[in-house]
Design a protein around this ligand. Structure first.
Ligand SMILES: [Zn+2]
Length: 101
């Protein structure tokens, strides 16, 4: 069973519970990303997400949960358009109480 993250979630611990490693980095490495990208997921490293160590707690939680949403969707083999997969990842993050910043 997944342990549900709370507002005080230890993000690394939650990621660990779904077998995903968070790489905290200022250099978001997933190919072509927007200049101001704060996180990313790439199928090239399906059990890893990349996130900037943003200071703001809500923003950091949102980014990490959003990227974990992508990783879990990929793992589940869902096929969605790029646009829909962003919406789904946002909803995943929001389902844990994180809000888009
Ligand atoms: Zn995304």
């Amino acid at each position: 069973m997944l342990s549900e993250p709370t507002p005080d979630i230890d993000l690394d611990r939650f990621a660990n519970s779904v077998a995903i490693d968070i790489v905290w980095t200022e250099n978001i490495p997933c190919g072509i990303v927007l200049e101001d990208a704060t996180g990313c997921f790439t199928p090239a490293t399906p059990n890893v997400i990349y996130a900037k160590p943003i200071e703001n707690d809500n923003a950091r939680r949102f980014v990490v949960l959003h990227e974990i949403g992508h990783a879990l969707a990929y793992r589940a083999g869902t096929s969605a358009t790029a646009e829909q997969s962003e919406i789904d990842a946002d909803r995943f993050a929001e389902s844990f109480g994180a809000t888009r910043y």
